[in-house]
Design a protein around this ligand. Structure first.
Ligand code: ASP
Length: 406
């Protein structure tokens, strides 16, 4: 029964997206006026992200049972994310070298978008310093997810070491976790409407750049999309098949709500509640693995973003006629991987962290202005792949010895 309702909702979300695209194009004023409905849906998701991360990480860690498993599981999760992100960057680099979307394109409209110029570029030291929040409530209030994860990991770990005193606290977070998951179920009922309003609004706002999609930026967008599709349809399912006994097509269909939400919101963080619901409840992945791996994945594992950053950087180089040799492309490989890890799970974050990639190989930051017009669309595509990659990570980690043995 629940599965059936889930299917209806998924069909509703797809219909909502189609209606949103058509409505945004042909009834723009109306769709701009109902954009607030989409914002309500988005806010409802964001509203539960912080309590969800804290409760699910604490429950995930305490459920691991043995504290030594924590280090090994964290290590394996991070290794898995690094490897899959590495694969995706290689795919991006190969695609952009074969298709050469920037060759013969005139450099047009180069400028540094405000979002990029206003962002302070972070050093490696800043990232390390940012891991331990001086004020955990400030981290929560400002959506700084990574420090919140670190706090929850430590807090959960310590709860398992204080015996009886820790038990009521653990039970408290188990209750919060269950309540939040129930809230997710409720919010999903509004997803079709939310998707229609959000997509309709964004299409209405960006109607002019749709022409750009089919003109000067067409080949570039196609290169990103081909790379993303290759990674999502071939590489990730093969990994799933190889390391788990799950069926990739079924796994994918069960992720439908989360993938549609990722496309609609362009935010891995906002999608996290629904990702958890799909992975745990529809794909039956062990809650202990999912509640631990997914929040981490939503923040640091961004296959789609890494691929996009590599393609975008090489596209900009091609437009400016700068020939990047194999050494420079290696630097792009490394920096795109790191920049994707550093990007927050929010809209356009990947384009902002691209400053890091461009600077590393001496490309002009104004190049970001060339691709900015179409970022609203490619952001959605790469976020969908980011979430798909996270969900595969949960299934793979579920199959590691820490979870398969008692
Ligand atoms: N919007 C992406 C995400 O939330 C990050 C990016 O801009 O690439 O996963």
């Amino acid at each position: 029964m629940i599965r059936k309702i889930g299917n209806y909702i998924l069909i509703g979300m797809i219909a909502g997206a189609i209606l949103g695209i058509l409505g945004g194009l042909y009834l723009s004023d109306f769709f701009l006026s109902i954009q607030f409905i989409g914002t309500l849906f988005l806010n409802a998701l964001k509203m539960i992200v912080v309590p969800l991360i804290v409760a699910s990480m604490i429950v995930g860690v305490t459920n691991l049972g043995d504290i030594t498993k924590l280090g090994r599981t964290t290590g394996k999760t991070i290794l898995f994310y690094f490897i899959t992100t590495g694969f995706s960057v290689v795919i991006g680099i190969i695609a952009v070298n074969i298709i050469q979307p920037g060759n013969g394109v005139e450099s047009f409209g180069a400028y540094i978008p405000e979002l990029v110029s206003e962002s302070k570029s972070k050093t490696f030291l800043d990232v390390i310093l940012g891991l331990i929040p001086p004020n955990v409530f400030d981290a929560a209030a400002n959506g700084k997810v990574l420090p919140l994860i670190v706090f929850s990991l430590l807090f959960g770990a310590v709860l398992t070491t204080i015996g009886e005193k820790g038990k009521p606290v653990i039970a408290f977070f188990v209750g919060i976790n269950a309540a939040i998951m129930k809230l997710v179920n409720w919010i999903i009922y509004f997803a079709p409407l939310g998707v229609m309003a959000l997509i309709g609004g964004i299409v209405a706002e960006n109607r002019s750049s749709i022409e750009e999609l089919v003109s000067s930026l067409a080949l570039y967008s196609l290169t990103v999309i081909i790379g993303l599709l290759f990674h999502a349809i071939i590489v990730l399912p093969l990994i799933l098949k190889f390391f788990t006994n799950k069926k990739p097509v079924e796994y994918f269909l069960n992720m439908g709500h989360a993938l549609a939400t990722a496309f609609t919101t362009a935010s891995s963080s906002a999608t996290l509640p629904i990702t958890m619901e799909c992975v745990e409840e529809k794909n039956d992945v062990d809650e202990r693995a999912a509640s631990f791996v997914l929040p981490l994945g939503a923040t640091i594992n961004m296959d789609g973003t890494a691929l996009y950053e590599a393609v975008a950087a090489l596209f900009i180089a091609q437009i400016y006629g700068i020939d990047l040799g194999i050494g420079q492309q290696m630097i792009i490989f490394l920096t795109a991987t790191l920049a994707s890890i550093g990007a927050a799970g929010i809209p356009h974050a990947g384009t902002v962290t691209m400053v890091f990639v461009l600077t590393a190989v001496g490309l002009p930051l104004e190049g970001i202005g060339l691709i900015w017009a179409i970022d609203w669309f490619l952001d959605r595509c790469r976020t969908t792949v980011n979430v798909w990659g996270d969900s595969i990570g949960a299934a793979v980690i579920e199959n590691t010895k820490e979870f398969t043995t008692k």
